[in-house]
Design a protein around this ligand. Structure first.
Ligand code: S3P
Length: 432
């Protein structure tokens, strides 16, 4: 098992840029694969999760070249050009790969089976399978979990779907299936979730209708290959934004960060806590807003996190809990029950880890109550969850002794090279 030791560090400073956005990289492989013509992708995230999607598309007959690790060309086979593979497609640790692929494959004329690692095999899939069945798809799960078995050759029809769970993966799966359905497929959401699928479909020339909180596509549209620039992943920058907010006595600059407003909830939450984060050089790259973020340490104070910000910061709660552990007073997060079904149960695993470091953290059914203060050193089990491992590396800025972080290999699913970035700004984290 791979472990890290994070030794106490007093401050962070300097500059770094984070690798490409995971959500955008997955989508670029899928949409590029079913487009007509060639799609070029720069800034592709060369991580295990995105490579699982890339390999699945290759196995289904899409020619994908990688002249450089972050530069990918995809020779689309058109909406109807994918081929069945006759053995399970392995999505590794990647929920996005599995859920979006379920939508993509629901309307093909071949059968598919999707599997993953031990974490993914425990994650709920009915949230995707149920609406797709309403569209006419034939999908089986094993008591709601993978393997996901899709029987091809069905005629899908459009539906109007009311999205009960705030999930961009579910919304995206339905829209992808909608490309293969007769008529109009509409999804109405009650909380705003990330909109990368809608943006990228438009970049490929598909008309995406938007009216209020409803998005819709009409089946049969063809996608035209295009050029995609993947911005830096806001979720990867989050570790450094929190590190900077806690301990950047000199400014810390994180460059080329994707600033899609459906992703930047953490920024709003940290600012409510008193963080000093400034945006420079705001620009648009590849249809997504991007900026450089400068952060300086400030006295953070505990807050009650507004519910509407929860889906906009859904991947950032592990590191937000670390910020809360370093803030004055109490931070209360509720309305975040989705955290229980991520790569790990992020409420239970973070509460266990914070307690091991002496923090006053109380797990709630749908969130956490944390009282700020110093931490001591100790041993954390990340339960194979990449974001938990990286969050406890940031906790070294609050700790009086070394933190041993166990089971960290999965950081490669989203952030290869994180140790180099951490070292560049003064965090003392490395292999045990
Ligand atoms: C993602 C959506 C979110 C997020 C995940 C990536 C996406 O999941 O947690 O890391 O790319 O659509 P949910 O749809 O389950 O909220």
């Amino acid at each position: 098992m791979q472990n890290w030791v994070a030794r106490p560090a007093a401050d962070v400073r300097g500059e770094l840029s984070v690798p490409g956005d995971k959500s955008v990289s997955h989508r670029a492989m899928m949409l590029g694969g079913i487009a007509e013509g060639v799609t070029t992708v720069s800034g592709f995230l060369d991580s295990e999760d995105c490579l699982a999607t890339l390999s699945a598309m290759r196995r289904m007959g899409v020619r994908i070249e990688r002249p450089a690790p972050h530069f990918v060309t995809v020779e689309g086979v058109g909406l109807r050009g994918l081929q069945g593979v006759g053995s399970p497609l392995d999505m590794g640790n990647a929920g996005t790969a599995m859920r979006l692929s379920t939508g993509l494959l629901a309307g093909q004329d071949f059968d598919s089976e999707l599997v993953g690692d031990s974490s993914l095999m425990r994650r709920p899939m009915e949230r995707v399978a149920a609406p797709l069945r309403q569209m006419g798809a034939v999908i089986a799960t094993l008591e709601g979990r993978p393997p996901v078995r899709i029987t091809g050759g069905q005629r899908l029809h459009g539906i109007d779907y009311d999205l009960q769970v705030a999930s961009a993966q579910v919304k995206s799966a339905i829209l992808l299936a909608g490309l293969y359905a007769e008529g109009r497929t509409a999804v109405t959401e009650h909380a705003v979730t990330r909109d990368h699928t809608e943006r990228m479909l438009r970049a490929f020339g598909v008309e995406v209708q938007q009216s209020g909180s409803t998005v819709a596509v009409v089946g049969g549209a063809s996608l035209s290959g295009c050029s995609i620039m993947v911005p830096g992943d806001f979720s990867s920058s989050a570790f450094f934004l929190v590190a900077g907010a806690l301990a950047a006595r000199e400014p810390l600059l994180v460059q080329n960060v994707g600033m899609n407003p459906t992703r930047t909830g953490l920024l709003a939450i940290l600012r409510l806590m008193g963080a000093d984060i400034r945006e420079h050089n705001a620009r648009v790259a590849g249809g997504e807003p991007v900026a450089d973020l400068e952060v300086r340490a400030s006295r953070l104070k505990g807050i009650e996190v507004p519910h509407e910000l929860v889906p906009l910061a859904i991947d950032e709660f592990p590191v937000l809990f670390i910020a809360a552990a370093g803030a004055e007073g109490v931070t209360l997060v509720t309305g975040a029950e989705e955290l229980r079904v991520k790569e790990s149960d992020r409420i239970a695993v973070m509460a266990e880890g914070l307690a091991a470091l002496g923090a006053k953290a109380e797990a709630l059914p749908d969130g956490m109550r944390i009282e700020g203060g110093r931490l001591k050193g100790g041993t954390i089990d990340s339960h194979g969850d990449h974001r938990i491992a990286m969050s406890f590396a940031v906790a070294s800025l609050l700790a009086d002794g070394p933190i041993l972080i166990r089971d960290v290999a999965n950081v490669a699913t989203s952030f290869p090279g994180v140790l180099g970035c951490a070292a560049a700004i003064g965090l003392a984290v490395g292999p045990e």
